[in-house]
Ligand binder design. Structure first.
Ligand code: GLU
Length: 475
């Protein structure tokens, strides 16, 4: 039975790197019919941010990452908030002290600050390792503050990571790290081992920044006589400046991406491909599909770059692929805001914009010319390939006015035939006429639909008015 966990520290909102961890952990569980657990790691009380736990749970819900055990829903191995498990850690640390694999340390901060760097690595000098049992008891009875440190034996430690392969570290490169802090709280380095064991986690999945600490965790599992779980380290995520993705480096939170208009399904799709390759050549997936094909074996160890342009592409693809009604509902407020003309056909506006936006809110600016012809530069009429310049445009617009003025059948087909006829009768190409009409009726270089559709949407009176404006501009 596969059991994975997402173990965030509630120190802020989730960014794309946190989401990627949560997603891969979720996927590994779902793919194997296992359980996905949420555990809040709040042992560093100084860094806690109020409301962060709720925000993390909310983001996971929005993203569709349902967990099977965790805060708010409970489970067999709770509580799932580390500060509520405080009493569990000290007995394990004491057990390690009895076995000689951990020891009490009474060193003051001032003393620790004086320890010199040795080879670029400031390491505790084991000053308290030699205290006798009586000395320790006397100091404890005296109420002196203490920490408990892990004793790192001599030799080297190896483990096989499912992504990065075999990793060996010389033990002398590891410090006798603190397991229990002077406030009685465990450190992250201790609590993660105790809790992963207590919660029967089979696959410990987390960012590659934890690779170098993993030998210490392995030594702890062994010292406690526990089975070592599988380790799955996820490749580094970098932003466009080549920095590790983090809140500190100014990278957007998932909540901010949502505010920017990115859809949960596009963000999930994008995050899934940050370090994992699907077995086929597709790129666009729904979460439910990925759940079926995800495989830890296809996680890469090379860093991935987070790129908002690519995320926009995914968003556009998901917008194109979504049912029209769903798009219409999301687009409607933006369309109503951009186009206030009475009787505007919003369903039609939705139809012509669905395949042209990368975030839904862009639909408004694609069609805002309908309400109000923008100021435009007559250079817009120039189209080299179509051999159109302002002189040609003038002829084309006059021809169009002539043809449309008497047109009764103001339909797509009617308009299309009338404009084609006008071109032919005036020795112009249909392209030249349509180009000029589209420019005059929209005042834009790009529009979500062609000249005939624009005329249809604007109606006869407004179309003719804009064509007249066009003629006077190019005259
Ligand atoms: N609390 C750690 C963090 O937020 C979790 C690392 C882990 O998954 O063990 O980075």
């Amino acid at each position: 039975m596969v059991r994975t966990r997402y173990a965030p520290s509630p120190t802020g909102f989730m960014h794309i790197g946190n989401l990627r961890s949560a997603l891969f952990e979720y996927l590994a569980a779902r793919k194997n019919g296992g359980s996905f657990i949420l555990r809040i790691e709040d042992t560093d009380q100084e860094r806690l941010v109020e409301g962060a736990t709720e925000a993390i749970i909310e983001t996971m819900k929005t993203m569709g990452l349902s967990f099977d055990e965790g805060p708010t829903i409970g489970g067999e191995y709770g509580p799932y908030i580390q500060s509520e498990r405080k009493a569990d850690y000290l007995p394990h640390a004491k057990r390690l002290v009895e076995k000689g694999q951990a020891y009490y340390c009474f060193c003051t901060k001032e003393r620790l600050d004086t320890l010199a760097d040795s080879g670029g690595f400031k390491k505790y000098d084991r000053h308290c390792k030699s205290l006798t049992a009586q000395e320790i008891q006397a100091r404890l009875d005296n109420g002196e503050p203490y920490v408990i440190r892990q004793f790192i034996p001599e030799g080297s430690t190896s483990f096989v990571d499912e992504v990065f392969g075999e990793i060996t570290i010389e033990n002398k490169e590891m410090e006798d790290q603190v397991l229990i802090k002077s406030d009685g709280m465990p450190t992250y380095n201790f609590a993660n081992v105790i809790d992963d064991h207590a919660m029967h986690i089979t696959h410990v999945m987390r960012g590659s920044e934890y690779l170098s600490s993993t030998p210490k965790y392995k030594l702890l599992y062994e010292a406690l006589g526990w089975e070592v779980p599988l380790f799955v380290h996820l490749p580094l995520l970098q932003n466009d400046k080549g920095q590790k993705i983090s809140k500190r480096n100014g990278d957007a939170s998932v909540a901010q991406l949502l505010e920017m208009g990115f859809l949960p399904r596009a963000i999930i799709n994008y995050a899934a491909l940050l370090g994992w390759s699907p077995p086929d050549n597709r790129e666009v997936y729904e979460l439910a599909e990925i759940e079926k094909i995800f495989d830890i074996k296809n996680i890469s160890k090379s860093p991935s770059a987070v790129d908002l342009t690519k995320l926009k592409w995914f968003n556009a693809e998901h917008i194109k692929a979504m049912p029209f009604d769903e798009y219409y509902e999301m687009a409607l407020p933006h369309l109503k805001n951009a186009v206030k003309t009475a009787g505007a056909d919003y369903a039609l506006l939705a139809k012509i914009t669905q395949s042209r936006v990368s975030v839904v809110s862009e639909c408004g600016e694609l069609v805002d010319f309908i309400d109000c012809l923008p100021e435009y530069d007559i250079e817009l009429y120039t189209h080299k390939k179509m051999k159109t310049d302002t002189t040609v445009a003038k002829q084309a617009l006059q021809a169009a006015i002539g043809a449309l003025d008497g047109l009764d059948e103001w339909t797509h087909d009617g308009l299309s035939a009338a404009l084609a006829q006008a071109a032919e009768a005036n020795g112009l190409t249909k392209g030249q006429v349509l180009w000029s009409v589209r420019t005059a009726t929209s005042g834009k270089a790009t529009t979500p639909c062609g000249a005939t559709e624009i005329c249809e949407i604007l109606g006869k009176q407004e179309t003719l008015r804009r064509l007249d404006v066009g003629v006077s501009k190019v005259s």
